[in-house]
Design a protein around this ligand. Structure first.
Ligand code: NDP
Ligand code: OXD
Length: 308
């Protein structure tokens, strides 16, 4: 079995080493024009279109991440070949940590206490009502559902919004565009865990952000292009939104001149909320390749029509 492995960063050797250990029966090569045509499987991250065009007989393409928005146009991928994304592979735990930290920081008003400390001000703020501190998670897939369940365990009222109705213990489910306004109208912390698709690009715009109650907080840990930056900034500046924690951006790295960098009510991190872990990811992919070789079904196959 021949496997081609391509990564966008300088970590290719680590991926190839891990893949060789997990699949000793396979021959694993980095991408070259010569290695593509007879590869049985391709493991890729942000592949150049010519790599994908060179795959002549692959049985599956594995995306080395959860989001497939960085793949070339899905319509140009070889027809009938499953495109498989990572599902969890160690990311859900990290996403839960990041989002729970952010929600607790907001709920327990740590940012306000940091400001008080700067002014050497000793003032105990009245506790917020947890019952009224509603968390709304956009996207209830592998990561959104894990985050929603963790927040339920921490006793927050949680609602999710997805394309199809969900049944997650303790969580109120909203589905489809017709239920989006009702979902937003009660949400105090909006957590975005949607994939970036034709349908979801620029979804978090002025109109939708305005539906959140005054003083709401936004957390984007999915993709920057889901949010219209200028609209988010406008609503932060006019006081409708209390603040935002952003891990992902339309352009990454975030350009030095971008107003998010120095906005007093924006906390930002450089796309680290859930990093791809080499060992877990390779183990998951190796397991799926073995299932495919045995003619068994696998999870994480992307629906090209829906784009995720
Ligand atoms: P999933 O595919 O498992 O879940 C996607 C969810 O979004 C599903 O609940 C789906 O609904 C919902 N959804 C998709 N389109 C729509 C729509 N048009 N309207 C309403 N709901 C919609 O993805 P994951 O949970 O694994 O990952 C989510 C995203 O998180 C990834 O695509 C990626 O962009 C991002 N990510 C970011 C990371 C980071 O480090 N910042 C790390 C990993 C992922 P339904 O269930 O009904 O199909
Ligand atoms: C992913 C990511 O999609 O790391 O996996 O953003």
């Amino acid at each position: 079995m021949k496997i081609l492995l391509q990564t966008a960063g300088g970590d290719g050797a680590a991926w190839i080493d891990a893949a060789r250990q997990a699949l000793p029966e396979a021959r694993i090569d980095g991408w070259s024009a010569a290695s593509a045509p007879d590869a049985d499987y391709a493991l890729v991250w942000k592949p150049p279109p010519e790599l994908v065009q060179g795959l002549k007989r692959v049985k599956a393409i594995f995306n080395l991440g959860a989001g497939v928005d960085s793949m070339p146009d899905l319509a140009t991928l070889p027809r009938g070949v499953p495109l498989v994304r990572l599902d969890d592979a160690g990311m859900a735990e990290q996403m839960v940590e990041y989002v729970c930290h952010t929600v607790l920081r907001r709920y327990r008003e740590f940012d306000a206490y940091v400001e008080q400390q700067r002014e050497a001000l000793w003032r105990q703020r009245p506790r917020l009502s947890k019952r009224e501190f509603v968390i709304g998670v956009l996207g209830a897939g592998v990561l959104g559902a894990a985050v929603a369940s963790a927040l339920v365990r921490a006793d927050f009222p949680v609602r999710v919004w997805s394309r199809t109705q969900k049944s997650i213990a303790g969580v109120t489910s909203f589905a489809g565009s017709e239920e989006l306004d009702a979902f937003l109208s009660m949400t105090h912390v909006l957590v975005c865990l949607l994939p970036l698709t034709r349908e979801t690009a620029n979804l978090i715009d002025r109109e939708h952000l305005s539906r959140l109650p005054r003083g709401a907080y936004v957390v984007n840990v999915a993709r920057g292009a889901l949010v219209v930056d200028a609209d988010l900034l406008a609503l932060l500046d006019d006081g409708h939104l209390a603040g935002a924690t952003l891990d992902v951006f339309r352009d990454e790295p975030l350009p030095p001149e971008h107003p998010f960098w120095h906005h007093p009510r924006v906390v930002l991190t450089p796309h680290v909320s859930a990093v791809t872990r080499v060992e877990e990811s390779v183990a998951q992919i190796a397991g799926k390749i073995r299932r495919l070789e045995a003619g068994l079904p696998i999870t994480g196959v992307v629906d090209r029509q829906q784009g995720y």
